[in-house]
Ligand binder design. Structure first.
Ligand code: CO8
Length: 260
């Protein structure tokens, strides 16, 4: 598939998916979400990619939401189908074996905030703004916002953001735990790449199993969750990287992980 609305590159084991509709503040139309789906499906089976970073092009917006102009004339069945399509793609992002970092370089509104919440964690530039403006447009959040935002920041803040439709700045997003770090815009990609490379240096299977255990645990009770943890913990001992990681510690040298 040739991409018209996103950019994708891989360097040093880090994949970079950039939503690239700067004239529309990177709003997500159907073509863009379809390209994201294609890209994410390829990332899922590419073991050279250790971490995926998602960002928006330009210096103003991460993603300013779903494309309102495209959505405006939908009937209920079309609206539902569009919602399910977006939900499914965001769930594929959430379920990627590799960690996914959102590098939020400006507006993260509606579907943009929802996209960031489908990522494992979020770093933001100082000019970033967050919000779920949907109720001001006569709709609810529809790409997972009522569920994932609530799990990230808790019910009180999620309800306030969703009911008011208001925007918060990056510092407030940091205070409520929506983003892990806020940095000057010029430094955002360097800081994100630094943490991505730090993750990429670790044993890939162990990182991916950790992600699977955390995500699985969010959706079940703690007894089921820790039982799943025991399984993935045990499986790690079947990897060459476990032998390498512990062997390197004993031999006082740096490990050389192979992902096997
Ligand atoms: N959709 C389409 N076009 C957009 C969007 C958008 N979400 N956001 C911005 N644009 C376009 C503008 O129309 C404008 O285009 P043009 O120059 O052709 O008029 C261009 O981007 C630049 O935007 P502005 O001139 O408005 O820039 P400002 O700096 O003045 O304002 C804002 C920036 C505050 C971000 C403003 O553009 C804005 O409020 N945008 C809409 C934000 C929004 O409401 N987002 C939520 C959309 S709904 C959603 O995401 C639901 C997701 C789930 C869907 C489920 C379906 C069932």
């Amino acid at each position: 598939m040739e991409y018209q609305n996103i950019l994708f590159s891989v360097e040093d084991g880090i994949g970079m998916l950039t939503i690239n509709r700067p004239k529309a503040l990177n709003a997500l139309n159907a073509a863009t979400v379809a390209e994201m789906k294609d890209c994410v499906e390829k990332v899922a089976v590419n073991s050279d990619i250790k971490v995926l970073v998602i960002t928006g092009s330009g210096d103003k917006s991460f993603v300013a939401g779903a494309d309102i102009k495209e959505m405006a004339t939908k009937n209920p069945a079309e609206g539902r189908a569009w919602g399910i399509f977006g939900q499914n793609v965001f769930t594929e992002i959430e379920k990627l074996p590799q960690p996914v970092i959102a590098a939020i370089n400006g507006f993260a509104l509606g579907g943009g905030c929802e996209l960031s919440c489908a990522c494992d964690f979020r770093y933001a530039s100082e000019n970033a703004k967050f919000g779920q403006p949907e109720v001001g447009l006569g709709i609810t959040p529809g790409f997972g916002g009522t569920q994932r935002l609530t799990r990230v920041v808790g019910r009180g803040y999620a309800k306030e953001l969703i009911y008011t439709g208001g925007m918060i700045d990056a510092q407030e997003a940091h205070r409520i735990g929506l983003v892990n770090k806020v940095v000057p815009q010029a430094e955002l990609m360097d800081v994100v790449m630094k943490v991505a490379k730090k993750i990429a240096k670790n044993a890939p299977v162990a990182v991916q199993m950790s992600k699977a255990a955390i995500n699985n645990g969010v959706n079940c009770d703690v007894v089921t969750g820790i039982s799943y943890e025991a399984e993935v913990f045990g499986l790690c001992f079947a990897t060459a990287d476990q032998k390498e990681g512990m062997g390197a510690f004993v031999e006082k040298r740096k490990p050389a992980f192979t992902g096997k």
